[in-house]
Design a protein around this ligand. Sequence first.
Ligand SMILES: [Cu+2]
Length: 186
Amino acid sequence: MKSSPIVAVLAVVAALLLPSAPAAAHTSLRSSDPAENTRVTALPRMTLEFSESVRFPAVVLTGPDGQRYENGKPRVDGRKVVQDVGPASALPSGAYTIAYRVVSRDGHPVEGEIPFTYAPVSAGRGAAPATPQPVQAAAVAAPTPSAPANPAAPEENRQIPAWVWIVVFGIAGIGIGMAFSMRKKP
Ligand SMILES: [Cu+2]
């Protein structure tokens, strides 16, 4: 509903980036685990498979709170890059983004992002109550302040990492600047 300004900005960014899109000869992401726009209940590690062998991988996992949850350094196994994730107990449920960057066999960098949702099935909350029970919820919520009070909140309050905005507005600013400078030309 409120996404139309975001869509407009992203359209500008896409228009600026498309002309410089990498050639078909570069490696590309074949598949990933978690896969793009999926919902997973467990997140022990991330696996990215490319169309050819890659080097110098960097993988960042940004959580719904904007914190980073990758753990240790990525491992390369031919076409696959494996990156461990922080301990399961530390992972909040919600929207995550994998940001990756690898170097192609031809030496060119390839990067991208993979959004997905992490929704662990906890033993204590496996069956959600059919009707709201505020009194019981308040009593249960007290000893666990880190647990979200409203289970629906993470889904609605999807946070976009600050650096994404910096990049988006930075590129949009460059585009506006270029438009103005071109207009000044005789
Ligand atoms: Cu290339």
